[in-house]
Design a protein around this ligand. Sequence first.
Ligand code: PTJ
Length: 256
Amino acid sequence: MTDIPKNHPRYESLVTREKIVEGVNIGITSKQGLVAQGRGEAFDYLIGEKTTESAAIAERVAVAHILLAENPIISVNGNTAALVPDLMVALADVTGAKLEVNLFHRSDARIHKITEHLKAHGASVVLGNKADKRLDLSHDRAIVDEKGIFSSDVVLVPLEDGDRCHKLIEMGKTVIAVDLNPLSRTSLTASVSIIDNVTRALNNMVQFTKDMKGNSRDSLQEIIDAYDNDRVIADSLYSMQENLKNTAEERGITWT
Ligand code: PTJ
């Protein structure tokens, strides 16, 4: 990995890039994952590279869903395996959710490498190796584990494609998406759309779980009942507009 100086103004973003490139080099991330990360970076720039208030609300609601679930699953792909392996393992540990590797650009070699990578970061059980069920989809994201995504009631799908999100909703599951594009099919379809960088979102969710774990089931349900996903998507678009406007004005460009 290139050594990025800590005082570089774009340190976080450059380190994230290095992690994705390293993911490709070690065979866990697809080359397409580089393109997906680039798109994510562009949306992150628009939102000001920070967790907005409404994203934090969505992250708390996501935690409430996971804590109330009977069989919560965290779906892992090549990008999240490269970017946040420790945080996914930590979130699984603190919530009791299971990890399942599920890939769009599926190969047995990548499934194996990602499983080993998660285990090297502390995961004890990783589903997805012996995936034996199929969702009604025409691509390989359809291949799921019977004890995992197939029978889950709540699924966290960071950096998802819209098709599977739609299918999981049709199957009656609660789907939590992490996607910096508020207008992606995934964000518009999910039950809870977290418009935040997966690196910040997962970190926040681990902290929020520690705060919320002792809450009663009724109070977790109240958090869920008060939530409005459309509002959160609209807020993220407003935040992007305001951030662009402020940045333009700071740089002497008049926003009319
Ligand atoms: O590992 P695989 O084979 O399962 O493939 C994974 C990718 C991500 C390549 C695959 O799912 C894919 O092609 O996804 P899309 O359709 O490009 O969608 C990814 C979405 O995630 C886009 O809307 C991006 O803006 C968003 N995104 C990218 N990086 C981040 C992100 N959202 C949050 N945090 C990021 N770091």
